[in-house]
Design a protein around this ligand. Structure first.
Ligand SMILES: *[C@@H]1O[C@H](CO)[C@@H](O)[C@H](O)[C@H]1NC(C)=O
Length: 243
């Protein structure tokens, strides 16, 4: 009688001899924040359609030097990093490079926006976005995917023009970024991780839920230090798009 350990050894040999081409694609699993509070999971019928790296600015306004900054919107360019996900055959990057990519881009790349003259991080209001261009960071090239902006009614929109996908969303849930998250070029801290859902107005195309995770920078400066008025704070993050 053949011992079960021999059979196991034989199976192991077959498995290790299997050509690499048979490797299953990695399961795309959202990262967890790290604390006690987690974002709700996506609905079980949804699948990851795209993972984007977003790089841009978060806008705030201060009503007075004593006020709390109020969020007024955001502008970002989206790059398609789906194929860089660790474990993806041929194109996946290391886990370490993946985890660091929002920081790498935030600190290593110029803001992909048309600069508002006289401001440090502001974007031109009438034409904030330059012509579409790909992202080129060492070992992590990514194609231009689209734009994130707030429309005239203040609705957050993700226009994944290159993929024919769009999401017009409202916030469903948010949790603070992990304590060790990248505080950004101004040292203000990383914006919260969010779950955003289709806002039910029939404007989304092929997308139902968006997660903002692994944020770097984007929190406002105190109104006491910047005074009354608007401010734009650079940030980078992953957006996971489900549909
Ligand atoms: C954000 O601020 C910039 C100026 O930095 C402005 O051009 C843009 O229109 C603002 N966008 C939103 C959505 O608030």
């Amino acid at each position: 009688m053949v011992s079960s350990s021999l059979i196991l050894a034989a199976l192991a040999a077959v498995a290790s001899a299997a050509p690499r081409a048979c490797k299953a694609p990695p399961a795309l699993i959202l990262p967890k924040v790290g604390g006690d509070t987690q974002l709700p999971a996506p609905a079980t019928n949804l699948r990851v359609k795209k993972i984007a790296l977003g790089h841009g600015i978060q806008n705030y306004t201060c009503a007075s030097p004593d006020a709390e900054p109020a969020a007024t919107g955001a502008l970002a360019v989206l790059y398609d990093v789906t194929s860089l996900f660790p474990g993806t055959r041929r194109t996946g990057v290391s886990q370490q490079a993946w985890d660091a990519l929002p920081s790498t881009v935030l600190h290593g790349q110029a803001l992909p926006l048309n600069v508002l003259e006289g401001s440090q991080f502001g974007a031109d209001a009438s034409t904030p976005f330059p012509a579409p261009a790909d992202l080129a960071v060492p070992d992590a090239a990514a194609k231009f995917l689209g734009h994130h902006f707030f429309d005239a009614a203040g609705v957050p929109v993700f226009d994944l023009a290159e993929a024919g996908l769009q999401a017009a969303v409202k916030k469903d849930a948010g949790v603070p970024a992990p304590a060790d998250a990248d505080k950004g070029p101004l040292g203000t801290g990383a914006v919260a991780w969010l779950k955003l859902d289709d806002n039910g107005k029939g404007r989304s195309k092929g997308l139902a839920t968006v997660f903002r995770v692994v944020t770097a920078g984007g929190n406002p400066q105190a109104c006491g230090s910047v005074g009354e008025g608007t401010q734009s704070v650079p940030y980078a993050t992953y957006y996971w798009f489900y549909g």
